[in-house]
Design a protein around this ligand. Structure first.
Ligand code: NAD
Length: 478
């Protein structure tokens, strides 16, 4: 869908996120012909820099992080022509008049807050005071959105002083992933799945987001946060909502977000026996978590696994197992809907246990598989076998899949279009914190010490036991 010409200001335009994701993403959209003529991208950050120097930085970022994208000769120059830079201080008044001078009337205005959250309020206030925020303007807010319910509420209130909720785009880049949207297409576009999508037919659901990297240079930030705040409260919660929500009446921002909110509100408090927290140890490839964050007594988790329940008619009694962590065996994210056994096996006990599993892979190699039970080929009688019906998007869609925009590109274009469906609403974020806060307070009150796990493993043994106790097991993600 084409977009109108836009003015996009990237506050923090010299930062890591801008260089790795936002700018290369915009270049890809430009190459795809989706950035209309007359659009401009303005980097705004504290660093003293000229527009020429910024263009060089953008060009380097595209070369390093653009994924080897090749466009027609001259395309990069044309893109850079649309880029400029204004040294702007979020906490002072320097640069704002010049920045305002670049804004055009009758053009979509988007302001991307790619800076630390402590600056969100300053930016909102100055956009307003310098007359840059028109009723049509949008702001894009990065994570983390608050540290707990209280800070999230305060942030929502600050932004609400200057912007209406319909102008605030809280990014969760997991929602921009092709597969995540496909999850909605599969659920609500087919007759096959939705009738079975409930406690009667689904045994349990697993959501895994595994990383191989440690906290690296982000130790200072991460140690104040941990896996629960950094991953579960936002990304895993969003995935859970899309799996568990009722069908919205239409694919419209508030209809979808209303349904997601109902799921979060229906989440039961989690029994602490159903939460496993871990910290990676050291190995030859790297230091331990505590060495990484330079605190030998840190009790922050780099891994968490938990069993949750949703108290509503659809899901009563169906466990949702969530796990996420750093320095694990593989970099892989997957949602698996594990269906119940057939009620009676006509093939006898020897046929073993066979189950349908719908697995939605977010990375690597985005796609879906449906495990189906068939007869083992050959003359050996009626033996059963589970085989995956595999739908890798890259294979199924061919070159079109490669052209598919990555999460940030898609979300930025949705901002320009004014479509909030894939962005978190303020009340959703607050409800998610209202569920996570007591869990965090609980383990803090108990002085819970995370279990150490081997780097390159699947996390602490207790996380495996969380499933084994219930007669289930985690799927191998690779
Ligand atoms: P960064 O430290 O690399 O960059 C920060 C940017 O903010 C720089 O451009 C800096 O010049 C600018 N800045 C700092 N103080 C300023 C001030 N007073 N006035 C104007 N500009 C100022 O940070 P980052 O990694 O790019 O992250 C930016 C935001 O995105 C953070 O909220 C972060 O949590 C979030 N985020 C980052 C990533 C990532 O991969 N880097 C991923 C998800 C979310």
């Amino acid at each position: 869908i084409p977009v109108d010409p836009f003015d996009l200001v990237i506050f923090g335009g010299t930062g890591d996120l801008a260089r790795r994701k936002i700018l290369p993403g915009l270049f890809r959209r430009f190459c795809a012909g989706q950035m209309p003529e007359g659009s401009q991208i303005i980097g705004a950050a504290r660093s003293e820099m000229t527009t020429d120097e910024y263009r060089q930085m953008v060009s380097d970022a595209v070369a390093e992080f653009g994924g080897g994208l090749t466009c027609e000769a001259g395309t990069l120059d044309a893109f850079l022509n649309a880029v400029s830079y204004v040294t702007t201080d979020a906490k002072g008044d320097g640069g704002w008049v010049e920045l305002n001078g670049k804004m055009r009337d009758d053009t979509v205005r988007a302001f991307y807050f790619s800076v630390g959250p402590s600056l969100f309020g300053d930016l909102a206030e100055r956009l307003h005071r310098f007359g840059m925020a028109t009723p049509e303007s949008r702001i894009v807010v990065e994570k983390p959105f608050g540290h707990d319910l209280e800070t999230a509420r305060a942030l929502n209130a600050t932004l609400a002083q200057h912007f209406h909720e319909t102008q605030i785009y809280r990014i969760d880049h997991y929602l921009g992933k092709e597969t995540v949207q496909n999850l909605m297409a599969v659920r609500f576009g087919n007759m096959l799945f939705e009738p079975l999508w409930n406690a009667q037919y689904v045994d349990h659901i697993q959501i895994t987001v595994a990383e191989t990297v440690g906290v690296g240079g982000r130790g200072g930030y991460y140690d104040k946060s941990g896996a629960m705040r950094d991953m579960v409260q936002n990304h895993l919660m969003q995935l859970l909502c899309l799996i568990a929500m009722e069908p919205p009446a239409k694919f419209d921002p508030d209809a979808v977000r209303d349904e997601k909110l109902k799921v979060i509100r229906a989440l039961e408090p989690v029994d602490w026996h159903h939460i496993v927290r871990g910290q990676y140890g050291a190995d030859k490839n790297g230091p331990s978590y505590r060495d990484d964050v330079e605190d030998p007594k840190s009790r922050t988790e780099s891994f968490i696994a938990m069993k949750c329940h949703i108290s509503n008619w659809r899901w009563a009694g169906t466990p949702f197992y969530l796990r996420t962590g750093k320095r694990l065996k593989a970099r892989a994210s997957e949602i698996a809907v594990v269906f119940k056994d057939a009620p009676h096996s006509i093939f006898g006990a020897d046929a073993g246990r066979h189950r349908n599993v719908l697995a939605i892979r977010l990375q690597p190699n985005e796609g879906m598989t449906l495990d189906v039970t068939i007869k083992e080929p050959g003359p050996g009688g009626m033996r059963l076998l589970d085989v995956p019906l595999d739908m890798s998007f890259a294979e199924a869609l061919g070159p079109d899949a490669e052209e598919a925009p990555d999460a940030y590109e898609r979300l930025i274009m949705d901002v320009i279009r004014g479509n909030q469906t894939l962005f978190m609403r303020g009340d959703e974020v607050e409800a998610a914190w209202a569920w996570t806060d007591p869990l965090i307070e609980g383990w803090q009150a108990r002085n819970d010490v995370p279990k150490t796990y081997d780097p390159g493993s699947s996390g602490p043994e207790d996380a495996l036991m969380l499933m084994h106790r219930d007669g289930r097991k985690w799927r191998e993600v690779k």
